[in-house]
Design a binder for this molecule. Sequence first.
Ligand SMILES: [Fe+2]
Ligand SMILES: [Fe+2]
Length: 329
Amino acid sequence: MHFTESAHMSDLIHDDYRLLQVISRFGVSLGFGDKSISEACSASKVDTATFLAVVNFIQSEGRLPVEELAEEVSVAELMRYLQRSHSYFIDFRLPAIRRKLIEAIDCSARNQIAFLILKFYDEYAAEVQRHMDYENTHIHTYVQLLLEGRVPNRHASYSELAHQHHDNHASLSKSSNELKSIIIKYYASDSDTQRLADTLMDIYIMEEDLFSHCHLEDTLFAEAVHNLENEVRCKLRQGNTATKGEAAAAATDNSNDTSSELSEREKEVICHVVRGLSNKEIAERMFISANTVMTHRRNIARKTQIHSPAGLTIYAIVNGLINLDEVKL
Ligand SMILES: [Fe+2]
Ligand SMILES: [Fe+2]
């Protein structure tokens, strides 16, 4: 199922309970009643397009085309989402499983295997923490500079920074497999087998969640950052004042533009959308960045309260922005 912004937020959870985690990591709190996805996102100041891209990516098990989804994404919003996910794993999930593990196994000095299992678990948790610390301090810092329109080092690139690091995703998966295998094969206990089975289930669920997180980083986030990097490098090369103006516009938050009237540029964007052009194609036609196109589109949605291309088509025809024969039906 492909979710759209008009779907009820509660339907996401009914359809796939794993999306509960996505909702909470975006900072959308429960208790949204019958609010639609866009209403619930707006109430929590979350970019709806990025939220939907992540939800649909996860729900489709990564089968949707990443290139198209990446065009919809706000890199800043997606990075905040990844950082909240890191906090969830490090500060909440791993310690919670450790507590359960201690309750499930006999960690007294008499039981050497239990002691070694706990040691192995701590090493695994430390590996996850090192991995995520590196992302927060190196990779995300680099991306933050890109968001500010800067490239920190002429020779550095996201793929150089991330490529080797993301090989560690395979290593994390190997370690968690080993941990499960040791518990399953070598820990024999005649007491509390249910508690141990329950802890193992938690490890399986966390592993799946972590795999999905890593996959998102390797695909959707990588593609969105790659696009941003190209734009920033391109602008720095051009170095003309017009481009600087566009970068400022792209960086401007929607809330700064409080007028309700569409600008000429926004009307132009509507016409291109109605003609069926992608954000990338619109950017090329208008000599602006894809990020700027997204800013225009967010402003258009806010001012007109219309979010779909079909709705914009009607708007454009009724307001005489475009002739019927130009419309891609
Ligand atoms: Fe991560
Ligand atoms: Fe990662």
